[in-house]
Write a protein that binds this ligand. Structure first.
Ligand SMILES: Nc1ncnc2c1ncn2[C@@H]1O[C@H](COP(=O)(O)OP(=O)(O)OP(=O)(O)O)[C@@H](O)[C@H]1O
Ligand SMILES: [Mg+2]
Length: 212
């Protein structure tokens, strides 16, 4: 398995979320999700999709829900969202007294005129059956009435030092034993996104392994 896939966050504790208020909301969606649909907004690499996945996986695990295709992209779903989502929702609800959960990444790519208005109605009519978690890079491309159906969280990319604990945990999982000071030093000049960080950690592991 490739390094980045191996170290994807698996539980809330693995997520790095810069703002403690946002972290508290995401933690609540991981443990006892409110019925309000959740929209994670923010720039590329802020960790929106990973947070949405952890929320979904926690929900499935906590409620013992069987699932198949619960993660979608707005651009691929397009106008056919109804059939695709309902067949998954029915699958999840078989033998499950709680609602189904569906993740839609890049929900802003739903066509503004052709899809967003009807999807808004769809959300209302399936509210008693489906929990929605969505992500977007472009909140401004979402019609106001659709946006207002979500609890919106603006995720800022974590700063370099926010990553210290998570980086240390990944290095330790790879068999290294850095001190906190080592990790702080390693991240001192890092100012990229989560995507760049995982590459930096992989390089560090490879360099260290090559040196021993
Ligand atoms: N808490 C984390 N721990 C380790 N790696 C992480 C974490 N969060 C994100 N990543 C890494 O960063 C990558 C990017 O995160 P993610 O896909 O969630 O970003 P995004 O905000 O959805 O970006 P985009 O807007 O481009 O879809 C992940 O695939 C993963 O490799
Ligand atoms: Mg994403």
């Amino acid at each position: 398995m490739s390094f980045d896939l191996k170290h994807l966050p698996r539980s809330f504790a693995d997520l790095v979320i810069a703002d403690p208020l946002n972290a508290a909301v995401i933690q609540q969606y991981c443990t006892q999700p409110p019925s309000k649909p959740l929209l994670l907004a923010g720039p590329p690499g802020a960790g929106k999709t990973e947070a949405a996945r952890v929320i979904a996986q926690s929900y499935f695990a906590n409620n013992n829900i069987q699932h198949m295709h619960w993660e979608h992209n707005g651009a691929t779903l397009g106008k056919s969202y109804n059939d695709v989502i309902m067949s998954e929702a029915n699958y999840q609800m078989f033998g499950n007294p709680d609602k189904a959960l569906i993740v839609i990444n890049e929900i802003d790519t739903f066509d503004l005129r052709a899809v967003q208005p009807v999807f808004r109605d769809f959300m209302d009519s399936k509210r008693h059956l489906i929990r929605f978690v969505a992500t977007t890079n472009h909140k401004s491309s979402i019609m106001g009435a659709l946006l207002s159906r979500f609890r919106v969280i603006d995720l800022d990319p974590p700063s370099n030092l926010d990553w210290v604990d998570r980086t240390k945990a990944i290095l330790e999982a790879e068999g290294l034993h850095p001190t906190l000071g080592d990790v702080v030093q390693m991240l001192q000049n890092f100012h990229g996104s989560a995507r760049d960080l995982i590459d930096l950690i992989e390089e560090t592991v490879m360099t260290t392994q090559a040196a021993v």
